[in-house]
Design a protein around this ligand. Structure first.
Ligand SMILES: NC(=O)C1=CN([C@@H]2O[C@H](COP(=O)(O)OP(=O)(O)OC[C@H]3O[C@@H](n4cnc5c(N)ncnc54)[C@H](O)[C@@H]3O)[C@@H](O)[C@H]2O)C=CC1
Ligand SMILES: O=C(CO)COP(=O)(O)O
Length: 430
C-alpha cells in the first residue's frame, strides 16, 4: 500500500506530487494540488503552481470572464481572496484583475480602500491576512460592476435591496451571479431566496455558494469544503462561452477550499439561512451554561425544522442536500460551534443585553445574520399561520424580539410542540 506520510517526509516536492497524483487518480479524480503538499509550499509557489490540474481540465473560454465581488466584510474579503488567487492562476478563464466593491469608511484617518490597495490587507474586517495584489478594492459600485461577467454578491443581506437598486441598468445584460448571502426576502408575495431576488430585480441568472465556511478559517487556508449551486440559464451560450459548473469550480476551488457544484440552489440557500437561527438557540443554551447535550438537542430540532421549511416552501429543494453537502448539516455544526451568531447569543445570555447591543460590542461592524433571519422567518410563518409548526424558530424569535426568558427555551419548544404539561394544583387555565 502506498504511504503518503512516508513519501511526504522523505521526497522532494515534485516526487511527492507525482506519487500522490498517481495514488489519488487510482482512487478518485484529483481536483487540485493536494492540500498536504500545498501547505508546505512557499507563498510564492502557491501563487505560481505548476501543477494546476483543475486549470488543465477546464477548456479555455473565448473571452475570459471579468469577476467582481460585491462586498468586503469578513466573508466578502475571504471569498475575494479565493477568487483573485484563481483568477491569477487561470488566465485562460478569468481576467486577472478582480474588483472588490467596498462600502467606504475611514479607518485610523485613512480610507479603507486605500489601505487595502496599498497594504493588501483588509485591516478592519479580515486583519492579518495577506490579499493577492490583483484584488482591487473599489469604492465605486457602478465602476466595479460595469464590465463584470460574473458578480459575486457577498454582503450582509439587509443591505441587498439598496445595492441591487444601484445596480439596475448598470451591469452587463448577460452577466451571471453567485450569492454568498444567508437570509431570505420576505414580503406580501411570499418568502424568496436571495438569489431569486437578484434574478427578479436584475434579470440575471443567480446561483449560490454556501457551506461549512467560517471565514477566519478559510482565510487562514485551513482545509474546508463548500457547495456551489447553479442552474444553467435558458439562454446558456454554450461551453467555452458561458459560465457553467466547470467554470464555477475553477473560480472557487482551492487546495484548501474544496468545492462541489450541484443544481440545488434552494436547498443550499435554505440550509445556509436557517442554520443561523439555530445557532442563536445554541448560543442561548451555551450562555446559560447548559453544556453540549443542550446544544445538540437544539441542533437536532433545528435540522428537522430546516428540512421541513425547505420541503414546505421550496418543494424543489432536495432532502439529500441537507446531509450530503457541506451546505447542510456540516454548516449547521460549524456555525453552532464557533460562528458569530452563537457568540452573540451566548453574550446575550451572559449579559442580558439585546441582540443588537451584543452584535455591536462583539463584532466590530460585522453582522450576525440570524438576528434578521429569525424575524423574516417569523413574519412569514405568522403570515401563513404556521408558527406552531416551527417551534425552535419561533422560540428564538420570541427571545430576540419579545423578551421571552431564555431559560424557558425547552418549555417553549415542548409547549409549542403541543406537549400538554399537567397543571400544578391551584393553577388555572387561561
Ligand atoms: N463571515 C462568515 O464566516 C460567513 C459569512 N457568510 C455570509 O456572507 C454574507 C456577508 O458576510 P460578511 O462578509 O462576513 O459581512 P460582515 O458581517 O463582516 O459585515 C461587514 C460588511 O458590511 C458592510 N456594510 C456595513 N454597512 C453597510 C451598508 N450600509 N451598506 C453596505 N454594506 C455595509 C461593511 O462595509 C463590511 O464590508 C452574510 O450574509 C453572511 O451570513 C457566509 C459564510 C461565512
Ligand atoms: O455562515 C457561516 C458559516 O458558514 C458563518 O456563520 P456566522 O455568521 O455565525 O459566523
Amino acid at each position: 500500500m502506498f504511504s503518503i506520510s512516508r513519501i511526504t517526509r522523505t521526497s522532494s516536492f515534485t516526487t511527492q506530487f507525482r506519487a500522490l497524483y498517481r495514488f489519488k487518480h487510482s482512487a478518485r479524480k484529483l481536483q487540485s494540488i493536494p492540500f498536504s503538499i500545498y501547505k508546505k509550499m512557499s507563498a510564492a509557489d502557491r501563487l505560481n503552481q505548476t501543477h494546476d490540474i483543475l486549470s488543465e481540465s477546464v477548456q479555455a473560454v473565448e473571452n475570459p470572464f471579468k469577476v467582481t465581488v460585491i462586498g468586503s466584510g469578513n466573508w466578502g474579503t475571504t471569498i475575494s481572496k479565493v477568487v483573485a488567487e484563481n483568477a491569477a492562476l487561470r488566465p485562460h478563464l478569468f481576467v486577472k484583475r478582480v474588483d472588490m466593491w467596498v462600502f467606504e469608511e475611514t479607518v485610523d484617518g485613512q480610507k479603507l480602500t486605500e489601505i487595502i490597495n496599498t497594504k493588501h490587507q483588509n485591516v478592519k474586517y479580515l486583519p492579518n491576512i495577506d490579499l493577492p495584489e490583483n484584488l482591487v478594492a473599489n469604492p465605486d459600485l457602478v465602476s466595479a460592476v460595469k464590465d463584470a461577467d460574473i458578480l459575486v454578491f457577498n454582503i450582509p443581506h439587509q443591505f441587498l435591496p439598496r445595492i441591487v437598486s444601484q445596480l439596475q441598468g448598470n451591469i452587463k445584460k448577460d452577466a451571471r451571479a453567485i450569492s454568498c448571502l444567508k437570509g431570505f426576502d420576505v414580503s406580501k408575495d411570499g418568502v424568496k431566496l436571495l438569489s431569486t431576488y437578484v434574478t427578479e430585480k436584475l434579470g440575471i441568472t443567480c446561483g449560490a455558494l454556501s457551506g461549512a465556511n467560517l471565514a477566519p478559517e478559510v482565510a487562514k487556508e485551513n482545509w474546508s469544503e463548500t457547495t456551489v449551486a447553479y442552474e444553467l440559464p435558458k439562454d446558456f451560450k454554450g461551453e467555452g462561452k458561458d459560465v457553467d459548473h466547470a467554470v464555477l469550480k475553477a473560480l472557487f476551488h482551492r487546495p484548501y477550499f474544496h468545492v462541489n457544484v450541484i443544481d440545488d440552489v434552494a436547498g443550499i440557500s435554505v440550509a445556509g439561512a436557517l442554520k443561523n437561527v439555530v445557532a442563536l438557540g445554541c448560543g442561548f443554551v451555551e450562555g446559560l451554561g447548559w453544556g453540549n447535550n443542550a446544544s445538540a438537542a437544539i441542533q437536532r430540532v433545528g435540522l428537522g425544522e430546516i428540512i421541513k421549511f425547505g420541503q414546505m416552501f421550496f418543494p424543489d429543494s432536495r432532502v439529500e442536500t441537507y446531509y450530503q453537502e457541506s451546505a447542510g448539516v456540516a454548516d449547521l455544526i460549524t456555525t453552532c460551534s464557533g460562528g458569530r451568531n452563537v457568540r452573540v447569543a451566548t453574550h446575550m445570555a451572559k449579559t442580558g443585553k439585546s441582540a443588537e447591543e451584543c452584535e455591536k460590542e462583539l463584532l466590530n461592524g460585522q453582522s450576525a445574520q440570524g438576528i434578521h433571519t429569525c424575524k423574516e422567518v417569523h413574519e412569514w410563518l405568522a403570515e401563513c399561520g404556521k408558527t406552531d409548526e416551527f417551534v425552535l424558530f419561533e422560540a428564538v424569535y420570541q427571545i430576540v424580539y419579545e423578551n421571552a426568558p431564555m431559560d424557558t427555551l425547552p418549555d417553549m419548544i415542548e409547549d409549542l410542540q403541543g406537549v400538554n404539561i399537567p397543571k400544578e394544583e391551584g393553577e388555572h387555565s387561561e
